[in-house]
Design a protein around this ligand. Structure first.
Ligand code: NI
Ligand code: MN
Length: 229
């Protein structure tokens, strides 16, 4: 399983013959120099409805004829945007796909998009995604607070690679993300959702140092960097 980071919470997971894109916020992402037109994928997985996660989903899904996996409300909204291939899931539910299994996990956050009148439209409960493929388990936490739910997740699924938000303000900050590691106990961790905007500026090296002290291998990635597990 190979992960390529695109900045913020966006990444591409290559497993077997399949390319899975998660939270493809590319065009308006100041940390990303990848053009959505150049991205190839078979599936797009979304953690929640905020635009810094949905990003360029519609455009990329249409060009690639990709299946979009998202919570029911968000999947229904994407269908209305013209996407023919969506697979709705909801929190705690998973399904088998040709690449393996994808499950939506609990996250504590919000999930909405701005409507035409400027008021938010509800986009279902936010989640994380747990992907099991080719004998490896990847956990993308989405946007979330620190929660004891991590303990239950790790008890049921040994995690090879976790992607955790560390930017504070909207999600866990570094201290809480380090506490999350004590529960999740992944082999590898990639910090996400930081330094994209002024609200979420932190020093990822502090997180990496803390992770190393817990014998968890941190990977602080720039756009285009990869990790193989
Ligand atoms: Ni969010
Ligand atoms: Mn976000």
């Amino acid at each position: 399983m190979k992960l390529t980071y695109f900045g913020h919470s966006a990444c591409l997971v290559e497993t077997g013959h399949y390319k899975l894109l998660i939270d493809p916020f590319l065009k308006d992402n100041p940390l990303c120099d990848v053009d959505p037109k150049d991205v190839k994928c078979d599936y797009i997985l979304l953690t929640h409805g905020h635009m810094d996660h949905v990003g360029d989903t519609v455009e990329i899904a249409q060009r690639n004829d990709a299946v979009v996996i998202a919570n029911f409300e968000l999947a229904s909204w994407l269908e209305k945007q013209g996407l023919a291939k969506v697979h709705p899931l909801h929190i705690g539910g998973g399904a088998s796909f040709p690449f393996g299994r994808a499950q939506l996990t609990i996250a504590f956050h919000g999930s909405s998009i701005p409507g035409e009148d400027g008021l938010p439209i509800y986009m279902g409960q936010p989640g994380g995604v747990l992907i099991t493929s080719m004998g490896k388990t990847l956990y993308h936490a989405g946007d979330t607070a620190l929660t004891l739910e991590f303990e239950l997740l790790a008890r049921r699924h040994p995690i090879d690679l976790a992607l955790l938000p560390i930017g504070d303000n909207f999600t866990m900050g570094i201290d809480d993300a380090l506490a999350a590691l004590d529960m999740l106990k992944p082999k590898h961790v990639v910090p996400i959702h930081y330094n994209t905007f002024p609200y979420i500026e932190v020093d990822p090296r502090l997180f990496a140092e803390g992770a190393r002290q817990k014998d968890i291998e941190p990977h602080v990635l720039a756009c285009g960097d990869t990790v193989e597990i």
